[in-house]
Design a protein. Structure first.
Length: 81
């Protein structure tokens, strides 16, 4: 499984960032990205906002916000996803 974050970069775009759950807890992943200035950094890109989206399987990673919502709804309803 992966921890998925939605980051808003300083250029105004949103991007998905994920960390392998076997290597990082949610908190470790957040701390890995947090800079001393209070921004977030990943792969040389700066982000002014970072939002945790949840845990997702490799074969079911969402492609957009609608996918995230649909997967979360299906989990809530007890459907396999």
């Amino acid at each position: 499984m992966n921890h998925l974050f939605k980051g808003h970069n300083v250029n105004g775009k949103y991007e998905g960032i994920f960390f392998d759950e076997e290597k990082y807890s949610r908190e470790d992943a957040e701390n890995e990205m947090l800079t001393e200035e209070g921004l977030y950094s990943f792969d040389g890109q700066l982000y002014d906002e970072m939002e945790y989206q949840g845990r997702f399987y490799d074969d079911n990673m969402p492609k957009n916000d609608a996918d995230v919502g649909n997967i979360k709804l299906n989990r809530f309803l007890g459907r396999d996803c």
